[in-house]
Design a protein around this ligand. Structure first.
Ligand code: B3K
Ligand code: ZN
Length: 886
């Protein structure tokens, strides 16, 4: 039984935030010596320990976490410890009663990196060694108080065969190297900054580096290196450029400089998530490092910029100032996502970036907030912390930081960041400390904003208004309500900043004056909805206005109930690009929902010509900002539409949305074709905001044309055959994958033949087929699962097939036969003993059964019960499944 599998007899128990207690012992320094061998690595650790008064109980035993470690030697203060002086518990932890207040513990353990399929701790991939320690992987390397509030200084010596593993990396700066016996060599790394164990990293391999330098604004020369397999060097340019821009941006925006002589990034193909911010040695999924125009799409390109900058920004928000405990995860993640969002916004179109971020939040976080795993940005309890690296902690957490930013303004926010870092450098702190620094720097009372960290669920905001022509007075009433979530039946009102403006009937922005104010103000203003209901009275309003609400998505809420004619009006006239886009999306959503209702009544679906008009108007004005136009043309996804329904109807949603696409494609065929041709670039391939925007818009046009019929499909095949760049190839291939055309098989085969040797591109081949809307997709996915190129052990490949199908293809995942559910459960059952963290991530869609009609819900439950009945289940999968069934 793998170490992370629970004992069948013991039900995993939750850990609670309120049970936090400071550690009994602190560690000042750690010296580690690794003798690396794939099947038997030995790890020597020497810990300088000191009793921590803050713990309270000065007689508490010394307890060190451990998991799956084979203890070879143990000595306290230089004296070997007899077995009766220590205990290793059933959880693997080492316990030493009666340890002196100040002592040195030395241990030597043996581990088997090549058998570590969980990819947590030290593992091998392609014959090289890599680590992943966040959140609790360090305990799989050596005995240690593996919790973020124990910060220590590390010295690490790596010993390995020189020929097989010529490159040996760890955190900090290199401080020596030499030859060792038997063809081995050693390298020593010293990290001068105290850090929690989750930031430890090592890499050993036959790797090559792409090198560059960066001079910080105070003149420190930093050596930058990206370590990859031989042959991958030409694909590292974009990651390196992104890194240098992020380093400069953090200096300019937040005054934060890099603090070591080297910054290393190592790329690995087997990785549980995107990347990891280990101090001075970031480890990345190859997906977020390697890119060339032939192999990477524009979305991949943007993903690299996001992840490279995100991990770099952690150096201050996460590493120098870290989390006291894992409940505070959003302290580093929400803040760092906010920082990477701002960085990317500054690189191109701020409005388009905001739209994409909100699209992501609605697609992933809103459903989570309405499902069985709903949790506050700062959770109160967890069974498996790996399950809480969620859209709520990350994306909603970033929205909450943005609320504070919006509330106090950019200048005060910057002062607040300065104060936060000055106060807490080299400390492990809580979210209160962050909010306190913002409050102290701004002088604003932010106590009510803490509610955003403690209350789960997405607030629903509605507006009602009235105009009094005689008094020229306009009254806007805003209300909020948050639906109950598991464990939180009662909800309180939260402070919701509503950025807004008024438009006159001709679509002109009106200056606004609230009752009690002396002067009218032009532009957007902020209303604070901090009660269940608030009325705002505007004076001197010449005619009945149209309110534009939640400009820039000023709070992570659902704004509903806006009448259709107002949505149409705002989509054309509002000054705020976000509201223009969102009004269009909400209008389209309402139409699809109408069609779903008509379909259920057995009536024709119909079509609203206003939508075709909007497409034509958007294309006519698209040249100013093609990326924005592409966002407007992209219909809300099936998942986002389903999220608007109490009880979803995936089949009807798919039917209705396809009908809409087809009708737009038919009615606007000439315009779409003309736009498609005009957007065909003949010049050099450019990856900048405009180039990306033009390709996105062109592919949006192609999508409608392909939905309309054969001519579009021919265009898609021609685009595929042209092989201009991966964005265009993939856009065309995904359209072909939905069809029955002979071109489909031809294109899929050609793609496979060309890219079978490239893991990252082959992932796309799997994902495209998994997301096909064809009715036989479940069977196709089962067949792909048995394909020789499928490898369940590789998380990217598992996500590309299983994840893309279950999360990215609602119509086929929810096939009425229940076959989609059965496939997912089978895959999760097979994967759980190999990699519990990845299995637990993939199982999520099954948990959302409450949003489906009874027959589907019963089929989903049956699969969840089948998983839960297994004798051994990882803690993570157990938590997800048991909460889904609760
Ligand atoms: N901090 C890591 C995520 C760790 C996930 C734990 N298995 C990457 C990031 O958020 O930057
Ligand atoms: Zn992060």
């Amino acid at each position: 039984m793998p170490d992370t599998q629970r004992d069948a007899s013991a039900t995993p128990q939750p850990i609670r935030r309120q049970d936090y207690r400071p550690p009994a012992f602190l560690v000042d320094t750690v010296e580690l010596v690794f003798d690396l061998d794939p099947s038997a690595t030995t790890v020597r650790a020497r810990l300088a320990l000191r009793r921590n008064r803050a713990h309270g109980d000065l007689a508490a035993p010394l307890r060190l976490d451990g998991e799956g470690l084979e203890l070879l030697e143990i000595a306290l203060d230089g004296v070997p410890l007899p077995p009766n002086r220590y205990r290793i518990g059933p959880d693997g932890a080492l316990c030493i009663p009666n340890a002196p207040g100040i002592c040195t513990l030395e241990t030597r353990v043996r581990i088997a990196p090549d058998r570590n399929t969980e990819l947590s701790g030290l593992y091998t991939s392609g014959g090289n060694f890599y680590t992943q320690c966040e959140a609790e992987g360090f305990r799989r390397i050596t005995f240690f108080p593996d919790r973020p509030d124990v910060m220590a200084r590390y010295t690490v010596t790596l010993i390995a065969d020189r020929a097989r593993w010529p490159v040996l990396l760890s955190n900090g700066n290199p401080e020596g190297s030499g030859a060792a016996q038997g063809g081995k060599h050693w390298v020593r790394w010293v990290d001068p900054h105290p850090k929690p164990s989750y930031l430890f990293a090592l890499v050993a391999g036959d790797l090559v580096n792409v090198h560059d330098t960066f001079t910080t604004r105070s003149g420190r020369q930093v050596s930058l290196n990206i370590w990859v397999r031989r042959g991958d060097e030409p694909r590292c340019g974009h990651a390196m450029e992104s890194l240098k821009r992020a380093m400069r941006w953090d200096e300019e925006t937040f005054g934060l400089e890099y603090d070591l002589d080297v910054f290393n990034i190592a790329a690995v193909s087997d990785f549980n998530m995107g990347a990891m911010e280990n101090k001075g040695l970031n480890i990345f999924n190859t997906k977020y490092v390697l890119a060339s125009p032939e192999t990477a799409t524009d979305a991949d390109w943007q993903g690299i910029e996001t992840v490279v900058s995100h991990e770099y920004f952690h150096n201050w928000t996460g590493n120098r100032v870290t989390c006291r405990d894992w409940f505070q995860l959003s302290l580093k993640e929400g803040l760092t996502v906010f920082r990477d969002q701002e960085f990317s916004a500054d690189q191109g179109s701020r409005a388009v970036k905001r739209i994409r971020d909100v699209r992501g939040l609605r697609a992933a976080q809103f459903p989570e907030d309405a499902g069985p795993m709903a949790h506050p940005v700062r959770p109160d309890s967890y069974i498996e912390i790996e399950n809480f690296y969620t859209p709520t902690v990350y994306q909603k957490g970033a929205e909450v930081v943005r609320l504070i930013h919006t509330r106090i303004g950019a200048a005060a926010f910057r002062k607040g960041m300065d104060l936060y870092i000055a106060r807490h450098d080299n400390q492990a702190v809580t979210i209160e400390e962050f909010v306190q620094a913002m409050q102290d720097a701004s002088g604003e009372d932010l106590s009510a904003f803490m509610g955003w960290y403690s209350q789960a669920g997405t607030p629903e905001v509605t507006a009602e208004d009235a105009y009094d022509p005689a008094a020229r007075r306009y009254t806007l009433t805003l209300r909020q309500r948050t639906p109950p979530t598991p464990g939180q039946p009662e909800k309180r009102p939260l402070p919701i900043p509503v950025a807004m403006g008024l438009l006159d009937p001709a679509g002109q922005a009106l200056p606004t004056r609230l009752a009690g104010e002396n002067e009218a103000r032009a532009g957007t203003r902020m209303l604070l909805l901090d009660q269940a209901e608030r009325r705002f009275v505007f004076e001197d309003v010449p005619a009945p206005p149209v309110p534009s609400l939640l400009r820039g998505f000023s709070a992570p809420v659902r704004l509903g109930g806006i009448p259709r004619e107002r949505l149409r009006f705002l989509a054309v006239h509002d000054t705020d690009p976000f509201v223009r886009w969102d009004s269009h999306q909400q209008y389209a959503t309402a139409l699809v929902l109408d069609m779903v209702a008509a379909h259920r009544r057995g009536e024709p679906l119909g079509f609203d010509p206003a939508l075709a008009e909007a497409v034509t108007t958007t294309l006519a004005g698209a040249d100013d900002d093609p990326a924005f136009a592409a966002e407007v043309l992209a219909l809300p996804s099936e998942g986002v539409i389903a999220d608007q329904m109490e009880v979803a109807d995936p089949e009807a949603i798919h039917l209705a949305r396809e009908h809409l696409r087809r009708e737009i494609g038919r009615r606007c065929a000439d315009t779409l074709r003309a736009a498609y041709e005009a957007l065909t670039d003949t010049g050099p391939y450019r990856i900048d905001g405009r180039g990306i925007g033009r390709r996105a818009l062109r592919n949006a046009c192609l999508g409608y044309l392909a939905a309309a019929g054969e001519e579009g499909v021919r265009l898609a095949k021609a685009q595929f055959d042209a092989q201009a760049n991966m964005t265009d190839v993939l856009a065309a291939l995904s359209l072909l994958a939905d069809t029955d055309a002979p071109a489909r098989e031809e294109a899929l085969a050609a793609f496979h033949a060309r890219w079978r040797g490239d893991e990252l591109v082959l992932d796309k081949w799997f994902a495209i087929q998994a997301m096909s809307s064809r009715p036989d997709t479940v069977a196709a996915v089962r067949a792909l699962y048995r394909h020789p190129d499928f490898d369940l052990r590789n998380p990217n490949r598992a996500r590309a097939l299983i994840g893309a199908f279950a999360s990215g293809n609602p119509a086929r995942f929810h096939d009425a036969s229940g076959e989609g559910y059965r496939f997912l459960a089978d895959a999760v059952i097979a994967l759980d003993p190999i990699n519990g963290a990845t299995a637990a991530r993939l199982v999520s869609p099954l948990g959302l059964w409450r949003r489906q009609a009874p027959e589907r819900a019963a089929l989903m439950r049956r699969e969840l019960e089948r998983i839960l009945a297994l004798p051994c289940l990882s803690r993570g999968t157990f938590e997800k499944v048991s909460k889904a069934l609760a």
